[in-house]
Structure formats: C-alpha cells, structure tokens
Write a protein that binds this ligand. Sequence first.
Ligand SMILES: [Zn+2]
Length: 147
Amino acid sequence: MKHEEMSALKPDGTLYPFQANVAELKEKLDPLSYKVLREAGTEPAFTGEYTNTETEGVYSCKVCSQELFRSEAKFHSGCGWPSFYQPTEGDAVVLIDDRSFGMVRTEARCANCGSHLGHVFKGEGYGTPTDERWCINSVSLRLEAKR
Ligand SMILES: [Zn+2]
C-alpha cells in the first residue's frame, strides 16, 4: 500500500486548480475516505455505498465537489465497486500510470484536486459504449440525486 501524499502536480507538471488542505480534509473526511482519496487506497469490494446504486443523478468528488460521473454511464459490472463506462467530461479526470503491486494499471484522479478515485480497465467485453470500466471507490464520490 502506498502511503505518500497525493502529488500537487498534474502529470503535465501544472498544479491542480484546487489544492486540498490536509488538516481540513482529515477533519472533514472519515478515515477510509481519507485513505482512499489522499493515499490511493481501495475500499473493500462489495462494501461501498454506491456499488449497486441505480439512482439517477450526478457523482461529484468528495474533496472538491467537481462533477465526475453521471448515473447514465454507470453499469453493473459485478466487480464490487461502482463502475462507469466514461466520466462526465473527458477532462474531469486525469489518468496516471500506476505501477504499484507489480502491475501496470491506469489510475484515475480528480482533475481539479488530484484526489484518487480508482482505476480504468479497457477491453474486458462488458458491452458498454466505450468497452471501458472505470472502477471507482464509493467513498471518493458523493451522489446528488436528480430531482
Ligand atoms: Zn476533486
């Protein structure tokens, strides 16, 4: 498990627009959310609040409130985490090569604050429009239901 703090820099070397205050975040977030969002942790499979949620609405970053995903792109992957086939906007999320655990995976971070969201997997044959599975931790997100 990696425990270094999230980088303040995007892969292109520019600062994330929203710089989180670590002390404030530790107050605001529960320990699991903090560990996932700021230490690139993973919530245990099949435990997340939004794993099977079908509520229509918008999923935003729990740290900075930027919109990240919409319920229209959510699908049931059976993998144990909320799964989306695309983010709400291509530039809402940044992708980073993650070489931890001896694997090469694509990590997804919030493009506004740099917080860890989850990983992206391609070509698994889920039959979604993009053939991608954005495997996102529930604790990284906050759902606002459509009214
Ligand atoms: Zn964010």
